[in-house]
Write a new protein. Sequence first.
Length: 458
Amino acid sequence: MATTSRRMHLGFTIWPTGFLPGAWRLPGSAPDGNSNPRLLQAAARTAERGKFDFFFIGDRVVGLTTSQYAAPNEVLRPEALTFAANVAAVTERIGLITTVNTTYAEPYNVARALATIDHLSGGRIGLNVVTGKNEEAARNFGRNEHWDNTRRYDWATEFIEVLQRLWDSWEDDARISDTETGRFVNENRVHRIDYKGEFFSVTGPLNVERPVQGQIPLINAGASERSRELGARYSDLRFTNSSVLGLAGAIEYYSDLKSRLAAAGRSPEEQLVIPGIAVYTAPTSQEAHELYARLHGLAHRTVDLEKLSGALGLDLAGADPDAVLGDVADLTAASEEGTLIVAEARGLWGKDDITLREVNSSFQRRGWFKEIVGSPTRIADVLEEWFDKRAADGFMIFPPHMPGGLDAFVDLVVPELQRRGLFRTEYEGHTLRDHLGLTRPENRFAAERARHDAVAER
């Protein structure tokens, strides 16, 4: 049992066709998941039943049919702000994190929409800021080219600054609704922001009251230096991909992210580090490995022996993809990285005699997110180790198939984490900030007036 007051944070990310590319082919799954309101709403309610901190909604502003075999969730994607508002209406406590590609958006519209959803949800919305990776997006928004990393992050920095000023443009007590005098607002508590930057010129104020949470929690991801800088300055939660880092690398990455906060005037507790984890679980480990094999067998994937040879440091030219790896290659000759890849694949498939096709299948998913296969106890063991060793403050759960993968995690793994004292048994707060352990920020205009008044009194 855990003896510390530190508790794990859990988020669920909705990939309606499942984390595995062919998972939508599994009987009981929903091929129309990206536009199926019953599935999407039921998933949110299931995550809420599991007491998850948040329901995470990704977004993409391109639809590329060329991605259909490797990443079908990137072909069809419901618009995230609309989706978040819909889910808010059918849930009560779970936080809702929605994604906006700031490179192709305007801050006033985004600030207004998010403040509205925060009020409608009772303070449960969060914003995941992305700058976009697809060059094709530019042509969907009348641009000739997708900006480079520097320009996208310069734009995103100003975008966030405008958002936060707009959310503060109404002080908490600005609407007075005085029925005696007929005065609806205290105009001295509503402020223009008069922001003028390199990219944006925004007067304000917003025409939505200050969000329930004061400031809406911000999330970002990415390993680039600019991403880390942006996160240290603004983000309340950092979403990470520790799939190829291993535990030691994840610990180092966690430490680096936390160490950057001091320069921004923040403490390590003011930001959570949440890696993504794909979980394959069933009542027994054997059943979990059988599920893993079945789902990977549904993927539409050929075996690139040249690429696999390079990854393993072995010559596999001309080999039968369905041959056992150890029968066609001397594994003692594999590179250090190749040895690790083979060991990981054996663990995922639950056997030593794995084929080239099986190694390749696991290797191809290796760069997405860390995968764990096993019984609820096995899954909880891995999550607890990463949590205790400060490789993570919690995890974003990627179910391999929907809805069964989410159901299994909620019904099997969550109770085990609760039994160990690692995860809540009931929600203790009502807002996303409450769930994440974040304080409600003071309004900048109210704070400035308080400072001015204090000086005047001296």
